[in-house]
Design a protein around this ligand. Structure first.
Ligand code: FE2
Length: 255
């Protein structure tokens, strides 16, 4: 099977650009299952019912999120009602939503796990301990992990920690695609960061002048989505659905 995983989609322009390329992408790579990180898909940050539905309607099977899962009040209604929408599994117990979902592709199943790092991030449950609990309850060898984290060291460590136990460990959150894609232990597709989908000549999707002023004057600024031309970043992971072993990972950039 072929998995398409799209890195953090930023804003309305990112959503619209991805939508315009999705049909061709799926044909070109013969995609069976699609996962999109949508935690910044709403205009102005976070995810809203409108941006979630746009991602689903364009062909996402699962939408993952991260530290901006609950940024928008409108998102509250989404998390408990939609199996296909994930927030990091290691958020505190009792918070709305869920961090794992299973796609039934009879006779095979594909589990998608969303988990978040703690280095330079909010103090959620230790992801290394928590992921063990999550994996213990999954009854398919096909397991895709979106590890939403800041530190490259934490992401690398998670890749090795899950080597041989998951089909793919794919980093998100830092919005810059890394070129370290590999298959760990002959089993687990890994990349430190899948990258982002949105304005290419921007600072992580935000208008560059705004971010320059933030760093230069140290005053609060309102981030605005850049209107520059978009690109998309993703990876295609080929895996054997009987064993859960990844056989190939390929980075994808489209303009
Ligand atoms: Fe994030």
């Amino acid at each position: 099977m072929n998995l398409l995983f799209i890195g953090d989609v930023v804003g309305q322009s990112g959503c619209d650009f991805l939508e315009s390329r999705m049909y061709q992408l799926k044909r070109e790579y013969d995609i069976d299952v699609t996962v999109i990180n949508g935690e910044n898909s709403a205009q102005g940050n976070g995810i809203t019912p409108q941006s979630y539905r746009q991602l689903i309607n364009m062909g996402a099977d699962v939408v993952t999120t991260g530290n901006h899962s609950f940024r928008r009040r409108e998102a509250a209604e989404l998390y408990d009602d939609n199996e296909a929408l994930l927030r990091p599994a290691n958020y505190p117990d009792g918070v709305m939503g869920h961090g794992v979902t299973c796609i039934d592709m009879c006779p095979y199943k594909i589990a998608v796990v969303n988990i978040m790092g703690t280095m330079y991030m909010e103090a959620v449950e230790n992801p290394f301990n928590y992921v063990d609990k999550v994996l213990a309850d999954i009854d398919t060898p096909n397991i895709i992990v979106d590890f939403h984290a800041e530190a490259t060291s934490e992401k690398k460590a998670m890749g090795f920690y899950l080597q041989g136990r998951c089909t793919a460990v794919l980093g998100t959150h830092t919005h810059v695609q890394t070129s370290d894609e590999t298959i760990l232990g002959g089993h687990t597709a890994y990349i430190t960061d899948v990258g982002m989908t949105g304005a290419e000549l921007s600072v992580l999707g935000v208008e560059s002048d705004i971010v320059i002023n933030k760093f230069k004057y140290l005053t609060p600024v309102k981030f605005e989505e850049s209107k520059k031309p978009c690109f998309l970043n993703g990876v295609v992971v080929q895996f054997d659905e009987k064993s859960g072993k990844a056989t190939n990972i390929k980075r994808v950039i489209k303009r």
